[in-house]
Design a binder for this molecule. Structure first.
Ligand SMILES: [Zn+2]
Length: 99
């Protein structure tokens, strides 16, 4: 996830702004803590920033849900699968109609 909601103003900001805008970073914090928590605009849970796959390159940095069990559909394992749907056949007559 590369964007997060700022609950204080109700606006969704990109990750680069969360990391650089002094509006979000606590200037007195050595760990560069947020003075307002980034929030998922889908499930309303708090987010943190971390690199993907252990790489600290800026393009790999993203927001992640820092609590387990949020059920947020942005996390692949939480998405509903198409259980009960079966394979179907190719209906070539539809392609003929479109010509
Ligand atoms: Zn979420």
């Amino acid at each position: 996830m590369d964007k997060a909601l700022n609950k204080k103003d109700g606006i969704i900001y990109p990750i680069w702004e969360w990391m650089s805008n002094t509006k979000f970073i606590d200037k007195n914090s050595e760990e560069r803590n947020f003075n307002t928590e980034p929030t998922c605009f889908i499930c309303n849970n708090t987010l943190s920033i971390r690199p993907k796959g252990g790489s600290a390159k800026s393009e790999n940095i993203h927001f992640w849900h820092n609590k387990h069990g949020t059920g947020c559909p942005t996390i692949e394992k939480n998405r509903l699968r198409y259980i009960g749907l079966k394979e179907t056949y190719c209906d070539y007559s539809n392609s003929i109609i479109e010509r």
